[in-house]
Design a binder for this molecule. Sequence first.
Ligand code: SF4
Ligand code: MG
Length: 341
Amino acid sequence: TKHFPLPASGRELLGGHARVVHAVDEVTLTLHRGRVTALVGESGSGKSTVARLLAHLQHRTDGSVRLHGQEVKVRGGRKLRAYCRSVQLIFQDPFASLNPVHTVRYTLSRALRVHGHAGRSRAELDQALTDLLGRVRLTPAEQYLAKFPHELSGGQRQRVAIARALAAQPEVLLADEPVSMLDVSIRLGVLNLLRDLKEQLHLAVLYITHDIASARYFADETLVMYAGRMVEGGPSETVTQHPAHPYTRLLINSAPDPERLGTGFGEYDEDGELTEEEDLGEPPSLVTPPTGCRFHPRCPHVMERCSTETPPRFEVPDPDGAPTTQWAACWLYANEEASAA
Ligand code: SF4
Ligand code: MG
């Protein structure tokens, strides 16, 4: 079990001026090995900030990160380096994340060396490279090792980027919109690959996406972010079939074809063209976020207390009274005993 009770706020560069922006606020999440957790939200919701904070690419101003229950300090020396090895990030754009002048062999050899997994001989290195490429199903390896990124398809590039992450022998993969820049026809293949790797290598995967339909298909658990806060969470099936928070409902209703929920391609039509998304409205500024529930200016169910009091997480009761782990940060679910968290 991987614990990530998470950083609370982040520092970002805005318009060239450094200023503290609470890009994410009171965000708590726990990742588990062998499970995919989806973090869903519109652009500007703070979901990539969560990944950057977890990957230590951005420093948290407070809050904590724990690995196996052990706190990871911002300046943690050896412990921090071990943490950074075990938590690997996969980016949205594999073309931007791979150096264009390096061959696949160079990129992967370097990653293996950095993490101490290159072996002692040329033969051991070759074996490690073959294993890595096999893991991401780029076979035979010889066909890919001498290639440069521009000689590969988008899907192949993303597979190389995944192989590079695996070179560290991580326990956690943070995948930030890993398929949103790929052709529709190959998205499912890359998601299925990630799912198989999760099983084989017993990885904890954080899958960051704006596409709640793909979260249902791919993730065991789904968390929904709005304006830097988590607003709903629970088993993916429950959150997507019976969304509780008014924002999650809006997000699901804005998918052009709810019938196709689960295919992962909700925002595309048959020809792979982007369809008009229903207007979700502008996400609020994180510099001056709305008071109380941050969704209150857009919420159809807004009540008086919503604009002044921040809703905590409430358990969402199962309609049949079955035990549930679904929760929503919304006053609609306020209940005397059941204020979880
Ligand atoms: Fe709407 Fe109030 Fe719930 Fe926020 S807390 S989502 S404003 S009902
Ligand atoms: Mg992003």
